[in-house]
Ligand binder design. Structure first.
Ligand code: COA
Ligand code: AMP
Length: 638
C-alpha cells in the first residue's frame, strides 16, 4: 500500500461524519500512513462483539514503523530522541539511525535471552532513553512489554509481575527525584520474592549516580545481567512481522478495586490511530520537535513520548526532571527554547506548579519560546483558571484533551491539524473521529444538552483503544461493557453542550487523579485496613489546589485501641508509601467513630467527598444511620 496517500478531510465535521457512517473507509484510509507487511483489506472485525478487533488480516512491525522506515526514507541523520535530564544533569541525543541500532541490539539481547514473540517483558525504569529502547526492542521481536511506573513500590511491581507473567524484567539501578536517589534494585529483588511467578532474568542498566548493579544480585533466584555488557556482545535483531491484532503492550492502570487492570494494546490499530493523531490532532509534521513532559510509565508517555512522535518521523524530547525546582520554574521554557520545541504536552498540575512558583511568568521572559505553537494538556481536567493563566502568559493556544489509559489516545480534542476550533475553557472540545460520545443517566437513558450524567462511548471503540484486559475478558466486559448495553463506560461524568462540546467533570467511581497520576482508593484502603489498629476505613479523593485531588483517609479504630492520632497517621503514611509508593502521596488521616453507609453496607464515599469539599450533597434514602453523617459533617466542616 502506498504511504501517505490519505484522503485529506478538510473539516472536522467531514472527518467525524465519515468515521461514523463509513468507518471501514475512514480507517482503511488512515491505515495508508502505516507501513504494513501485509496490507489490511478490512478494518473492523466484529465477529466476537462486544470485543472488537481492528485490521484482522494485516501484519506489521511497530518498531519498523517507528524507526526503520524513517531511516529507509532518508531520515537516518535526523534526531529521533533528545534526552535532557535536569537531575544529573545531562543532555544526549540519538539520530534515527542511532536509535535503530540501539533498539536492534537490545532486541538481539532479548532474543538471546530466549524472549520470543508473545512473551512478556516487564520494564521498570526511570526516564532514561533505555526505557524507550527497551520498549521498542520488545516491539521489534513481537514481545509484549509492560512498563511499570518507577514511583510504584515492590508490592505493586509484584502484583503486575504476577498478572503479566514476564520472562524478563528490564530495570535500572534507579531513578532520581529532587534531593534523593531511588534505588530500584532492592525493590526489584523484593518484588521477585513476593511474586508467585517471578521473571527468571533481570537486565540492569547501571547509572553512575545510583548505587547497585547486576553483580550485587548474582546470588539471588533470578539471573541478573548488566545492560551494557549484554549490548557489547549482542548482534542486531530484525523486525518480526506480527498480526495487527497481536498485543504490543500491557499497561496496568488503577481500577476501583486494589487489583490493577492490565489494559492490552494491539499493534495495528495503535500504529494507525497514533499516526493519525500526530498530524490531525497535534499538527506535527515529520522533522518537527515534539515534547511530552510525562513519564514512560503512564499511557501519555507510551503514546506520546515514545510511539506517536516516532511513527510521525518527528523528534521526541524525553525529560528527566520536574516543572519546578529542577532547578526552577523556567525548566519547561528552557527546554522549549533549547530544542526549538513546536508543541508541548503536559498535565495541568505541572502548569499549576509553574504558576505557583512564577505567577508573573518572569522565568518565561528569560527564554525565547517562539518555536512553540501549542500547549496541549491532559491527564486531568484543565480548570478554567489555569487555562486562562497559561493562555495569557504564553499567548498561544492552550488545548485541553481528554483520554484514558484504556483509549490510548484522545476521546475528545480540538483537532489542531484538521480544523482548529474555538476553545471553551473547561472543555476538551468535541468527540474525536471514531468516538460516539454520549451522556446517559443512571438507567442508561440519553439525556439532553447541558445535563450531567455518565459519559459513555458507543461501541465499537476506534482503533488504538484497548483490545481487552490481559487474560481477563470477563473483567473487561464486566467493568466497561455491561453497565449500559452497547456502550463503553468511561467512568467519568460530565455533560455535552448545545455545540457538542464535551465537559468532563470528574470520575463517577472510586478512581482518583492526583497530580495527573491515576490512583485507586481501593488499593490504599487495603493497605490502611491492614494496620492492626484499624477496624475499617475509607479513602476518598478530596480537592487539592495544586494536584487536583489528594487522597484522604478516614479510619475507625478497633474497640479498645488507644493510639495517639499523630502516631497512627505516621504509621499509615509509611505503610502506604512502602506498599504502594511515594506517588500515592497519602498524608491525611482522620479518626472517626463510624463511616456513613447504606443499609446494604456500601460506604458513602461520594457523599463524604462532597462534605469534605464543601459541596452540596443529597443524602441517599438508603442511608443506614443519619447520625453518622451528621457527626462527620460537624467534624469536616467544623
Ligand atoms: N519514582 C519515584 N518516586 C517518584 C516518582 C518516580 N518516578 N515520581 C514521583 N515520585 C515521588 C515524588 O518524589 C514525591 O515524593 P515525596 O512525597 O517524598 O516528595 C511523591 O512521589 C509525589 O510525587 P508528585 O505527586 O509527582 O509530587 P512532586 O512534589 O514530586 O511534584 C509536580 C509535583 C506537580 C511537579 C508533579 O506532580 C508533576 O510534574 N506532575 C505532572 C504529572 C504528569 O506529568 N502526569 C502524567 C500524566 S500526563
Ligand atoms: P489515565 O488513565 O491515567 O490517563 O486517567 C484517565 C482519567 O483522567 C480520566 O478517566 C479522567 O478522569 C481524567 N482525565 C484525563 N484527561 C482529562 C481531561 N482532559 N479532562 C478531564 N479529565 C481528564
Amino acid at each position: 500500500m502506498s504511504e501517505r496517500e490519505q484522503t485529506a478531510h478538510t473539516t472536522y465535521a467531514d472527518a467525524y461524519r465519515e468515521s461514523m457512517e463509513q468507518p471501514e473507509q475512514f480507517w482503511l484510509d488512515a491505515a495508508r500512513a502505516v507501513d504494513w507487511d501485509v496490507d489490511p483489506t478490512r478494518a473492523l472485525d466484529a465477529s466476537a462483539a462486544p470485543v472488537y478487533r481492528w485490521f484482522p488480516d494485516a501484519s506489521l512491525n511497530t518498531s519498523f514503523n517507528a524507526l526503520d522506515r524513517h531511516v529507509r526514507d532518508g531520515r537516518g541523520d535526523q534526531t529521533a530522541l533528545i534526552f535532557d535530564s535536569a537531575m544529573v544533569p545531562t543532555k544526549t541525543s540519538y539520530t534515527y539511525s542511532e536509535l535503530l541500532e540501539q533498539v536492534s541490539l537490545f532486541a538481539g539481547v532479548l532474543r538471546d535471552q530466549g524472549v520470543v514473540a508473545g512473551d512478556r517483558v516487564i520494564i521498570y525504569m526511570p526516564m532514561i532513553p533505555e526505557a524507550a529502547i527497551a520498549m521498542l526492542a520488545c516491539a521489534r521481536i513481537g514481545a509484549v512489554h509492560s512498563v511499570v511506573f518507577g514511583g510504584f513500590a515492590a508490592k505493586e511491581l509484584a502484583t503486575r509481575i504476577d498478572d503479566a507473567g514476564p520472562v524478563v524484567l528490564v530495570t535500572a539501578s534507579g531513578g532520581l527525584e529532587p534531593g534523593r536517589a531511588i534505588e530500584y534494585l532492592p525493590m526489584v529483588e523484593k518484588a521477585l520474592q513476593l511474586s508467585a511467578t517471578p521473571a527468571h532474568t533481570v537486565i540492569v542498566k547501571n547509572r553512575d549516580q545510583i548505587p547497585g548493579s547486576a553483580a550485587d544480585y548474582k546470588s539471588s533466584g533470578a539471573a541478573w545481567f548488566d545492560w551494557d555488557e549484554l549490548i557489547a556482545d549482542a548482534t542486531p535483531a530484525a523486525p518480526v512481522s506480527v498480526a495487527a491484532t497481536d498485543p504490543l503492550y500491557i499497561l496496568y492502570t488503577s481500577g476501583t478495586t486494589g487489583k490493577p487492570k492490565g489494559v492490552v494494546r494491539d499493534n495495528g490499530g495503535h500504529a494507525v490511530a497514533l499516526t493519525w493523531t500526530m498530524k490531525n490532532l497535534y499538527n506535527i509534521e515529520p522533522g518537527q520537535v515534539w515534547w511530552t513532559a510525562s513519564d514512560v510509565g503512564w499511557v501519555v508517555g507510551h503514546s506520546y513520548i515514545v510511539y506517536g512522535p516516532l511513527f510521525a518521523g518527528a523528534t521526541t524530547v524525553m525529560y528527566e526532571g520536574k516543572p519546578v525546582g529542577t532547578p526552577d520554574a523556567g525548566a519547561f521554557w528552557r527546554i522549549i527554547s533549547e530544542y526549538k520545541v513546536s508543541a508541548l504536552f503536559t498535565a495541568p498540575t505541572a502548569i499549576r506548579a509553574v504558576r505557583k512558583m512564577d505567577p508573573n511568568a518572569e522565568e518565561l521572559a528569560k527564554y525565547d519560546i517562539s518555536s512553540l505553537d501549542t500547549l496541549f494538556a491532559a491527564g486531568e481536567r484543565l480548570d478554567p483558571d489555569t487555562y486562562e493563566w497559561a493562555t495569557r502568559v504564553l499567548d498561544r493556544p492552550v488545548v485541553d484533551h481528554w483520554w484514558q489509559t484504556e483509549t490510548g489516545w484522545a476521546i475528545c480534542a480540538n483537532l489542531r491539524g484538521l480544523e482548529p476550533m474555538e476553545i471553551k475553557a473547561g472543555s476538551p472540545t468535541v468527540a474525536c473521529p471514531g468516538y460516539r460520545v454520549e451522556i446517559v443517566d443512571g438507567r442508561g437513558q440519553l439525556v439532553g444538552p447541558d445535563t450531567e450524567g455518565n459519559i459513555v462511548i458507543g461501541l465499537p471503540l476506534p482503533p488504538g483503544t484497548l483490545a481487552g484486559l490481559w487474560r481477563d475478558d470477563d473483567r473487561y466486559v464486566k467493568s466497561y461493557l455491561s453497565t449500559f448495553d452497547g456502550y463503553y463506560l468511561t467512568g467519568d461524568s460530565g455533560y455535552i453542550d448545545e455545540d457538542n462540546y464535551v465537559f468532563v467533570l470528574g470520575r463517577s467511581d472510586d478512581v482518583i487523579n492526583v497530580a495527573g497520576h491515576r490512583l485507586s482508593t481501593g488499593s490504599m484502603e487495603a493497605v490502611v485496613a491492614g494496620h492492626p489498629a484499624v477496624a475499617e476505613c475509607a479513602v476518598i479523593g478530596i480537592h487539592d489546589e495544586l494536584k487536583g485531588q489528594r487522597p484522604s483517609g478516614y479510619v475507625v479504630l478497633k474497640s479498645g485501641i488507644d493510639i495517639d492520632p499523630e502516631t497512627l497517621r505516621k504509621e499509615l503514611v509509611a505503610r502506604v508509601r512502602d506498599q504502594i509508593g511515594a506517588v500515592a502521596t497519602f498524608r491525611d488521616v482522620t479518626v472517626v467513630q463510624a463511616l456513613p453507609k447504606t443499609r446494604s453496607g456500601k460506604i458513602l464515599r461520594k457523599t463524604m467527598r462532597q462534605i469534605a469539599d464543601n459541596e452540596e450533597y443529597t443524602v441517599p434514602s438508603t442511608i443506614e444511620d443519619m447520625s453518622v453523617l451528621d457527626d462527620l459533617t460537624k467534624l469536616l466542616r467544623g
